[in-house]
Design a protein around this ligand. Structure first.
Ligand code: HAM
Length: 401
């Protein structure tokens, strides 16, 4: 998955950034939103020996912005495209699709406020999902307006929920005061029922609406299917304008494969110059789960199989086997040699279990005859090849399969 992603990201002009696994906790508390669940409940916080408050990174965006500012890139005036892959940590109750340590692939683009940039980032997201052979995903899109719209949106949510305030869950009673937008994100069914039908996009300004229209139109022209979801607010506070999520029906309750959006104020909020930005992150474990439910994954596994060769050395020297796999590897063919003294039958069973499509057999009999046997494990067919030619013939067979 990571190799596929790196190939796609390179084609899209992204460079890798690696941020530390833990940082000063303020990096996250000041950016993700004081009332965001990630901050209030899910962050692994601790004090180090020097009494400094640090946190295991719960996500990547805040760290990337911190690094972006620290290295003066906010002053460069250029377009910066970063990606990252690695573990994130959230102290949640583990369940299917929800882990305390999980892996994200994230991208962040700095320096463009254009709606076409939002569409281009989504094009990349779709390209990654295609590269991983994930099918059946749904892209949900919303506009959360700009900083100036935020008050109007919050007022709208408060006005709609105010008569039902007492019926909200305990957390949402607090959210009602601190950040009512978070109520739309609450997983409690009573809060979901009460907030059902609230449409945040009606309170956004003309310029933000225009931006959203351009993003939607461009996605249409790029043939990227999406659904408008005026209720979707995302779990983090830094988003402005475009926000999106990709969900997958095969994942159960934790159905988000990935999410992201525009965060035009975050660089300035964290102490840098104002630089518009947009990005997303995908949960890699969830992509794996979705792959398992897509039929394409099985084909992918067969393709992987076809590339690998197992060299069996029943009755002949295991060290010879180690030299033969080196010859294969030098030609760029992934290969593994038998390392155990065991009968040929056992070796073939093992090769089958491990999923090798090709086995090269060189036992005592083959040595006496001066041949190698090349066996296709899928079709069960095999051929004897004179020892001087085995490498070339195998290479030809592999190219054909
Ligand atoms: P997020 O929606 O919090 O966004 O996380 C992105 C993805 O990470 C989720 O859609 C999900 O697939 C995966 N994920 C989150 N929590 C867990 C967990 N406990 N176990 C397994 N997978 C999980 C962000 O993190 C933003 N930084 C995305 C972004 C980048 N926005 C702009 N740029």
């Amino acid at each position: 998955m990571e190799e596929t992603a790196r190939r796609v990201l390179k084609l899209h002009g992204f460079r890798e950034i690696r941020t530390p696994l833990f940082e000063e906790s303020a990096v996250f508390t000041s950016s993700l939103g004081e009332a965001a669940e990630i901050v209030t409940k899910q962050m692994y916080l601790f004090e180090d020996r020097g009494g400094r408050k640090v946190a295991l990174r719960p996500e990547g965006t805040a760290s990337v912005v911190r690094a972006f500012i620290e290295h003066g890139l906010d002053k460069s005036g250029g377009l910066t495209r970063f990606y990252y892959m690695g573990p994130m940590f959230r102290a949640e109750r583990p369940q299917a699709g929800r882990r305390r340590q999980f892996h994200q692939l994230g991208v962040e683009v700095f320096g463009s406020a254009s709606p076409y940039q939002d569409a281009e980032v989504l094009l990349l997201l779709v390209r990654l999902l295609k590269g991983w052979d994930v099918r059946g995903w749904v892209l949900k899109l919303n506009s959360l307006g700009c900083r100036q719209d935020r008050e109007a949106i919050i007022e709208q949510v408060r006005a709609k929920l105010s008569p039902h305030r007492q019926k909200l869950c305990e957390d949402c009673q607090v959210r009602f005061e601190k950040n009512p937008l978070r109520i739309l994100d609450c997983k409690e069914s009573r809060c979901q029922e009460l907030s059902f039908g609230i449409d945040v996009s009606t309170a956004v300004c003309g310029a933000c609406r225009d931006h959203f229209e351009k993003v939607s139109r461009t996605l249409g022209r790029l043939k990227i299917p999406f659904e408008k979801d005026p209720h979707m607010v995302r779990g983090l506070d830094y988003y402005t304008r475009t926000a999106f999520e990709v969900i997958h029906g095969g994942l159960g309750a934790q159905n988000a494969l990935g999410g992201g959006g525009r965060y035009d104020d975050l660089v300035e909020l964290m102490g840098g110059s104002p630089v518009p930005a947009v990005g997303f992150a995908v949960g890699l474990e969830r992509v794996l789960m979705a792959q398992e439910t897509s039929s394409g994954a099985a084909q992918g596994a067969v393709a992987d199989r076809a590339a690998a060769v197992f060299v069996s050395t029943a009755g002949s020297d295991i060290t010879d086997g180690l030299q033969w796999v080196e010859l294969l590897r030098e030609k760029g063919i992934p290969a593994v040699a038998n390392l155990e003294e065991r009968p040929l039958k056992r070796q073939l069973e093992q090769a089958d279990k491990w999923g090798f499509q090709w086995v090269v057999i060189r036992g005592e009999m083959e040595r006496e005859k001066g041949v190698f046997v090349v066996k296709n494990m899928a079709s069960r067919s095999q051929e004897e090849i004179p020892e001087k030619m085995w490498l070339n013939v195998l290479q030809k067979r592999l190219n054909r399969s």
